[in-house]
Design a binder for this molecule. Structure first.
Ligand code: ASP
Length: 439
């Protein structure tokens, strides 16, 4: 059994946190490959090391005095090293970083040093081998990941090492230049390592006890989802629920490796298992609720639209020509509605309207703004009668006017459109009927 374990920035923000990480790793000797983020925030107003590095490099590029920020970064590492009682010195590393800064090694190089240095400290502390991510994760010239080379290198390199720390967030281009993933990308690194070594499990340790059924800013202390499928997760993540980097699921998903989201500050909790498929029923009929505000809807009516071949395509091509992507498109017999992001749409509103007039000569075009979309997601909905009925009676009781309903044909989700003002009330009503009422 082999596990890949990734620890996020808040899990490695101080010596105290490092100690928790060590005891987690020592608690299970199958936790063999460790992917650290850079030290994150120790308290709400703190600054992440990654942000300090970006700031520092930018100051250098502007010809400003940046050494004091670099010093601040070094101080944070030294505080951790001292707190752990290690003998490691990073002086030489910081000298090299400064040298590379002067050579204009790039923003990505600068940012990557956060995980690089943290990886060195963690490897020393755990007494694991240190493997520079630049020697095992590779990007092509065009900036995309070189999947074959990365897979091969990870397999070859880690096949010979039993216990290793591989810093997250970056890899190297063909010419050796350092390149990072987008923010939060250590999740992707962990996933790549898990695939490369055919891990049995990818544990992703963070500061929450898993994926929550609903947004904790709306629901007080929401339940944790025990098991969620990749597809359900995609639906919820698309609607704004986030714990993992969006791209992190693909490498492990293709190999059927489960991800377990765990809490470094509460390791006794089981967290959330993200799996390809499962016969486990979710605890409630629904797995999760998520949503976003700020949509506009454009409703196009035309008698006998239904029999006019190419009608939808012509309308949608108007949006395409304006570079607008649409979120949802419920339709009726002689009517279709297009949901778009309001702020993107506002600037192009008049061009879109005239474009639709020209393209399909509609009878009426109506618009509504300040709309919100809510996704109620659950693999259990397929087998359960009355889910939609329960959702809508809960919304009616909460006096929420439903503007749009769209059930995906996979029966994995129901999308509901409401006014922005009703957004929170609607989510609470749905949560209460499916979760609170069953507790
Ligand atoms: N340290 C990087 C960031 O703050 C990457 C990561 O933590 O995953 O975005």
């Amino acid at each position: 059994m082999k596990k890949v374990v990734k620890f996020g920035g808040s899990s490695l923000a101080s010596a105290e946190q490092f100690k928790k990480v060590k005891s987690i790793i020592q608690g299970d000797d199958t936790r063999r490959y460790v992917i650290p983020s850079a030290p994150g925030k120790r308290y709400a107003k703190d600054t992440k090391i990654t942000d300090l590095l970006y700031q520092c490099y930018e100051m250098m590029e502007q010809g400003r005095e940046y050494q004091s920020v670099l010093r601040k970064i070094q101080d944070r590492y030294e505080e951790i090293i001292k707190g752990l009682g290690l003998k490691l010195s990073l002086d030489e590393e910081f000298r090299k970083i400064q040298e590379q800064f002067q050579k204009k090694a790039g923003m990505d190089y600068a940012a990557s040093r956060g995980e690089y240095l943290n990886g060195m400290v963690l490897a020393e502390y755990l007494e694991f081998a240190f493997v520079d991510a630049a020697s095992v994760i590779f990007f092509r010239e065009d900036g995309t990941l070189n999947v074959e080379k990365t897979n091969r290198s990870l397999k070859e390199c880690l096949g010979k090492i039993e216990y290793a720390v591989i810093p997250g967030f970056y890899g190297a281009m063909e010419d050796g230049t350092i390149k990072t993933f987008s923010r939060g990308g250590s999740d992707v690194s962990g996933s790549l390592v898990a695939r490369g070594i055919h891990a049995d499990m990818y544990e992703n340790w963070t500061d929450v006890s898993g994926f929550l059924v609903a947004d904790p800013r709306i629901i007080n202390n929401p339940e944790v989802i025990e098991t969620i499928t990749y597809r359900e997760l995609r639906e919820l993540a698309y609607m704004g629920a986030s714990v993992l980097h969006e791209e992190a699921i693909f490498p492990v998903r293709s190999e059927g490796i489960p991800i377990n989201i765990r809490n470094t500050n509460a390791p006794e909790e089981k967290g959330t298992m993200i799996v390809e498929s499962t016969c486990r029923k979710s605890k409630y009929t629904i797995t999760g609720i998520a949503g976003k505000k700020g949509f506009a809807s454009i409703n196009v009516d035309k008698d006998l639209m239904n029999s006019e071949i190419g009608f939808c395509r012509k309308v949608l091509s108007v949006f395409e020509d304006q570079g607008l992507s649409f979120e949802h498109m419920p339709s009726g017999i002689d009517t279709m509605t297009i949901f778009v992001n309001q702020s993107d749409f506002e600037e192009k509103e008049q061009q879109v309207i005239s474009g639709i007039h020209r393209a399909v000569h509609p009878d009426v075009i109506e618009m509504e703004s300040e709309m919100a979309l809510i996704a109620v997601v659950g693999r259990g909905m397929k087998e359960t009668r009355g889910t939609a009925g329960r959702i809508f009676s809960a919304l009616a009781h909460a006096r929420v006017n439903v503007k749009m309903i769209d059930q995906g044909s996979s029966e994995l989700n129901v999308i509901i459109g409401v006014k922005n003002n009703d957004f929170e009330t609607a989510i609470r009503a749905i949560y209460d009927i499916f979760v609170t009422a069953q507790l």
